[in-house]
Design a protein around this ligand. Sequence first.
Ligand SMILES: [Zn+2]
Length: 341
Amino acid sequence: MYYFNLRFLDKYRCLYLVLFLIIFNSPIAASPLESERVDDSQSASELNEEVGEIALSLDDAPMPGTVIFNGMEKTKKIIQALREANCPAIGIFAIGKYAQVPINMKRLHMYAEAGHIIANHSYSHPKLNDITAQEFIVDIKRAHEILSPLPNFRPLFRFPYLAEGKNKAQRQEVIQALQDMGYREGYTTVNNHDYYINKLLLDAVKAGETVDYDKLKNLYITILWDCIKINQELAYKVLGRKAKHILLLHENDLVALFIGDLIAHIRKQGWKIISIEEAYGDPLADLPVTNTYSFVGRITAIAVEKGLGKELAVFPETVKYNYIPRALKQQQIFTNPLTHK
Ligand SMILES: [Zn+2]
């Protein structure tokens, strides 16, 4: 099994390298919006086959403020952008510890009052792989006490770091406890590294660098759209059909800055933004998963469950180590005003 795991991960690296070369050497990186233009020569039926559906979710809410936005500003901007885009209910996966601060609890109320769904993302954001299942379950229950009185709360749990345990037995102990609490798993089908782009943005701002926000927006949308497409391709291979997807994002500055543009881009590709509850209504939510591969995305976990993982694992797992910093540098998205006059 250990050998299989290594092979599986090696495969990601190889496939990502190929993907990286394709993206990095193509005009897509420079002009993501142009690259996705719909070909007018296609018939309506052909286009309809390509249409996908996706819901949005924000993890780690209510995240602390940063050098760009304080917490309340960020939440207000996100809610306003979602309202202006007429976006259906998104999932707010909240951390109990953050929510204990009164102003942060107010932010969660604001999301709920705007029609969005509040869910449980643990109390202290522990990694299941690092603690016992019993310690982890206590942490989930502590968050439940804090979050469940909120309006629009739903018993959905998303594992911090999408880490579902050291092994199947540990995972199963937690899944059983969740079921006993009346919870369902708040899985994602589109993992990505938005948190890493946000970290690099904050590092650049703190260092006094100038940020080209238009280019940053295009890179952010390129990466996310690429992750969405890959998982739709995977859905066709694994499920034999398109899936109702769930995009993982974090309640960070990038979302406050670009969520409206991201929604517009997804819709421009012919896709529909659906509510988080509609997305969890996809029958894939009921497919049995016993392995711990959901950290890549739920469809990959289903692929592994079906014994298809080795052939179909095409998610760009190593994107944070290669593509993101290189693209930021190559596209000169952050520049030091002292050295670039
Ligand atoms: Zn998290």
